[in-house]
Design a protein around this ligand. Sequence first.
Ligand code: HEC
Ligand code: HEC
Ligand code: HEC
Ligand code: HEC
Length: 311
Amino acid sequence: MDYKWEKGVTKRRNKVFAAAVFFIIIVASVIFYRENRQEWMRYQRSYNEKLASKLNDPTYLKNPIKIEQTWLPQLNTTDRCMTCHSGVSNPLFVTEPQPFTTHPGDFLKTHPVEKFGCTVCHQGDGQVVVVEATHGAVHHLNRQLLTKEFAQASCAKCHMDIHDRSVTADIFPDAATFFKGRDLTYQYGCRGCHVINGEGGTIGPELTGLGSKTELAFFLIHDFQHVEGPHTMAQWIYEHFLNPQKVVPGNPELKFAATIMPNFGFTDEQAKALTIYVLGLRNPKVDNIPYDYIAVKKLAQTSPGRSSSMQ
Ligand code: HEC
Ligand code: HEC
Ligand code: HEC
Ligand code: HEC
């Protein structure tokens, strides 16, 4: 009798055990499958395939698939952008689509990746390796990714004399849009109402340091209700330049008047240049760039064209 009873229990136990093992195998394979099909892995595989076919050398197909990162404690950054942007330093990839394209201009030659990384100019979240989280409009992001001309808002972190009015686009062509915005602020008398780098009136808020604010800090004190585009600091500022009264219409019930900042009738182009300029108004204490990253060559002196006109 005893023996028979024991046999029944063991049988049941074996069934439970088999089911548990089966379950663990399923979970493990799902994890394994998902881990091996992450977005960045697909990009690296296609990069290797492109490289192998361009160089006609199939050994590139065996390149290990791995996270690429530049850890820069001096800048407090860990940038993994190169995990997907594998071709940034490879001139063979000029005509390839993103994320494989060769980096435009000489930026990576004058600012080597090993020393500068990417986020010091582009911001964004250097650590995540998911396109949406790095490139999308993400609220909790400290610093939204700066693309195209918007990256010019970062040059002022280290090229301090970019604010010097004798430095112009013919001396420093890579920041041409920034200068366009800077010149507009003089043309339209923004300093009548705003302090910019120590100069101006106090009718409007001080603009110095605006570009160093985090998305969150900006979000907490600005109303995004009337912003049509993605809810980011850059978009708020851009739409506000196009029409200040649309973005800050006031609230009659709460007796808040609409903003007194004039609608200057800026074109899209001008509003964009102004946005890049004000995002380039940095706060050195917040950016906290170490001394050996600050550009020492005065831009006005590096220009070959300028020295001859100085007599
Ligand atoms: C998971 C892969 C991946 C990672 C990680 C990644 N990118 Fe990208 N990136 C892409 C892809 C794909 C595109 C093109 C599609 C798009 O624009 O969304 C792109 C586009 C871009 C563009 C052009 C956007 C435009 O509007 O023209 C910039 C600039 C850029 N990435 C910078 C960065 C920087 C800086 C980082 C690191 C903070 C980074 N990327 C990390 C995949 C990645
Ligand atoms: C010194 C500043 C600087 C650094 C460092 C830098 N970039 Fe850029 N990057 C720029 C600027 C400025 C542009 C826009 C150039 C233009 O308008 O043609 C740009 C353009 C790009 C583009 C083309 C799409 C776009 O938005 O115009 C991609 C992609 C990109 N950068 C990715 C990277 C990655 C990845 C790294 C790191 C390996 C990196 N960048 C490092 C300044 C920089
Ligand atoms: C983190 C600091 C940093 C940022 C951000 C930065 N640069 Fe630089 N840049 C340097 C340093 C350092 C040098 C080396 C030369 C020097 O010390 O003056 C340099 C060199 C250059 C040079 C070569 C000048 C020469 O005569 O050798 C150019 C052009 C340049 N940067 C443009 C830009 C532009 C445009 C941006 C913005 C998109 C930018 N840089 C952003 C630090 C920076
Ligand atoms: C008659 C005064 C006046 C003039 C001239 C003026 N502004 Fe303003 N500006 C304001 C006031 C008041 C605010 C705050 C209310 C609001 O957000 O509209 C403001 C807000 C801003 C903001 C948002 C800043 C923040 O931290 O919220 C920016 C950016 C800005 N102005 C830039 C400019 C620029 C650039 C010019 C010149 C093209 C300019 N302003 C001209 C009065 C002015």
